[in-house]
Design a protein around this ligand. Structure first.
Ligand code: TYD
Length: 216
């Protein structure tokens, strides 16, 4: 039995961007959105955690420093709760209307960060999230692969303060990188894996070319 809803039967498209912190996901998600809108497509651009009123509150709770200790299981459940609301209220309705949803992070981030980074187990974390989303799965996942040191350099170049997860040591981020690559290896038809060090415009071109293959 397949645990995921078949993307092929849906009117719209669901595209996710994944990768370590500082990989450039937001830049590429913005560029893809711009290109698709210029082509006359209706795009819903969103991000996780967040994307709904309850999700944005959960985002502050889990990412900001100063909310006291958050143990790994609680953290995993907060991300999954935010995702459940996001799929039910935003993503699924948009895809069913025929829109293209471009989402910064999805289940694969929980599998990498909580499953592997926090050592909760990738299988359990995936199962929790399949339940939370009723198996709603992306048509395409773009993985921008970045080595943790490079990611940290890029983040500090932007001078943004590091959130709770970003401020974990490089060994944590190394486990996350490996977990993303492993997910791509086991589900190759859903993934486009790109080296995040490539020039921004080259990455954008490669992503758009792949998305065009999926457009009706
Ligand atoms: P992100 O929004 O990409 O950070 P920013 O906008 O500050 O660049 O993600 C926030 C952090 O949350 C990031 O460190 C990854 C982490 N995260 C998880 O640990 N699990 C998840 O399921 C998700 C969606 C994000």
């Amino acid at each position: 039995m397949s645990i995921s809803e078949s993307p092929a039967n849906r009117p719209g498209l669901f595209i996710t961007f994944e990768g370590g912190d500082g990989a450039g996901k937001s830049t590429q998600a913005a560029k893809l959105t711009e290109a698709l809108e210029a082509d006359g497509r209706k795009v819903v651009r969103t991000r996780e955690p967040g994307g709904t009123a309850v999700g944005e509150q959960l985002r502050s709770l889990v990412l900001e420093h100063g909310n006291g200790e958050i143990d790994a299981r609680t953290e995993a459940l907060i991300f999954a709760a935010s995702r459940a609301a996001h799929v039910a209220q935003v993503i699924r309705p948009a895809v069913e209307r025929g829109d293209i949803v471009v989402c910064d992070r999805f289940i694969d981030s929980s599998v990498a960060y909580q499953g592997s980074g926090r050592s909760l187990g990738t299988g359990d974390v995936r199962q929790l999230n399949v339940w939370a989303t009723e198996g709603f799965s992306p048509d395409l996942t773009v993985l921008l692969d970045v080595d943790p040191e490079q990611g940290r350099l890029r983040r500090t170049a932007n001078q943004a303060a590091e959130d709770r997860l970003e401020s974990e040591p490089d060994t944590f981020h190394l486990r996350i990188r490996r977990a993303f690559l492993e997910q791509a290896r086991t589900d190759p038809s859903r993934y486009l894996v790109l080296d995040a060090r490539q020039p921004v415009d080259e990455l954008a071109e490669a992503i758009l070319a792949r998305v065009k293959e999926l457009l009706p």
